[in-house]
Design a protein around this ligand. Structure first.
Ligand SMILES: C[S@@+](CC[C@H](N)C(=O)[O-])C[C@H]1O[C@@H](n2cnc3c(N)ncnc32)[C@H](O)[C@@H]1O
Length: 377
């Protein structure tokens, strides 16, 4: 097959040129040549050697390079692939070196073959698990290991999100990488609140899971002074504690010095609706995160007493609601704040796109000032 030999630094330029002229051969790739040049494979329609289009670059003849498979299905039996094309998994989720995939009933008998093909395609994956659905109040996934690279079926693993590491375990604790943008949004809003208050913040995250939101906040120099974080799931609290110890310990100031210790730095295994019964937690926090999407709005009256009174405080939460009920749910949030003795500076209630067709996944953010009397309610 004819190839265009070009200096390595010009490879991208010539690839783009050949692609736009439709001169690029398909199903093969670029070959590295001895001496540092790269060889770009050409099809029949590309001009001959010596053509002015090549700007003096030579054409050479080389065997076509086999292109590496780019999808797990390329490692799957071709007949079975053709037969079950519509039922095979189209998507999967990875958490660190664990891959989680939903397998349709109709192709369940092929589950191990699917997993083997995925392991072959994805060298960074150690374990493939079938996702059998979410269970219990802690919304933890029922996972069935299908194939393991090293024989271990341990689902605890470490992920990197927005530059920081977190321990996760999909078989024991809820975690969704899809919400990473929401955590970035939380960070942006927290920075605005810090500016408003002209001091670092105390954050309450009573449904923290493994602590991804705290990860975003603690990674920002001098944003957080202290936190109260917790979860009702003891397995979540174990990972949360490990993550917060790690994240807290590597904090730096803007000038790169080790940051002062966080105070408070409290991790609790408790029902969030009961936090208000602890006087230390009432009137304690500048920023409150409420992430129990099926119950966030109902729980609000129990949580608002955690916010500091007599200043601007920030409530940020997430809710899954029926599409038709947007106005009603927004009213419920407003009423909860007013009944807690609050004045609302602003309330945003916006859909986070791409989660479900039937329900809305909403983010709400309220900037409030709670009157001191709200403590007594
Ligand atoms: C949707 S997850 C959110 C976790 C985490 N904030 C995140 O973004 O990954 C909700 C968490 O709330 C916890 N949970 C459920 N009911 C709770 C309660 N009454 N009090 C405290 N935590 C609760 C669950 O165990 C789960 O980890």
């Amino acid at each position: 097959m004819r190839h265009l030999s070009v200096p390595s630094a010009q490879t991208q330029h010539w690839l783009e040129r050949c692609r736009s002229e439709k001169w690029l051969a398909e199903h093969t790739g670029v070959t590295s040549l001895r001496g540092g040049n790269k060889a770009i494979p050409l099809n029949q329609t590309a001009p001959p050697e010596g053509d002015a289009a090549w700007l003096g670059n030579a054409l050479i003849v080389l065997a076509a390079k086999e292109k590496a498979p780019s999808h797990w299905t390329e490692h799957f039996d071709a007949e079975l692939l053709k037969h079950h094309k519509d039922d095979l998994p189209k998507a999967y989720e990875t958490q660190g070196d664990v891959l989680i995939v939903k397998i349709e009933e109709s192709v369940w008998h092929l589950a191990e073959m699917i997993a083997d093909a995925m392991l072959t395609q994805l060298p960074s994956i150690r374990l493939i698990c079938a996702d059998l659905g979410v269970q219990g109040d802690f919304r933890v996934r029922n996972l069935e290991p299908l194939a393991s690279r090293d024989g271990s079926t341990e689902t605890m693993t470490r992920i990197k999100e927005n530059g920081y590491f977190l321990w996760v375990d999909a078989s024991k604790v809820y975690f969704s990488a899809r919400l990473s943008n929401e955590r970035t949004g939380t960070l942006q809003s927290a920075k605005k609140l810090k500016q408003r208050l002209a001091r670092p913040l105390v954050v309450a995250d009573p449904y923290a899971g493994v602590g991804p939101s705290m990860g975003a906040l603690l990674s920002e120099p001098s944003l957080v002074e202290g936190y109260y974080a917790g979860d009702l799931n003891p397995d979540a609290v174990e990972l949360l504690q490990a993550n917060l110890t790690y994240l807290g310990g590597r904090r730096k100031t803007e000038t790169g010095e080790p940051a002062p210790a966080l105070a408070p730095s409290s991790v609790m295994c408790a029902d969030a609706t009961q936090w208000k019964t602890n006087p230390r937690l009432c009137n304690s926090s500048d920023l409150l995160l409420v992430n129990l999407p099926h119950d966030s709005v109902e729980h609000l009256p129990h949580l608002l007493p955690l916010l500091r009174t007599g200043q601007t405080s920030l409530l940020r939460g997430w809710a899954i609601i029926d599409r038709a009920n947007e106005a009603t749910e927004k009213n419920k949030i407003e009423s909860a704040i007013i009944e807690a003795g609050g004045t609302i500076e602003s309330l945003e209630f916006e859909e986070v796109k791409g989660f479900s067709a039937s329900k809305s996944f909403m983010c709400f953010e309220a900037w409030v000032v709670l009157a001191a009397e709200s403590l007594s309610s």
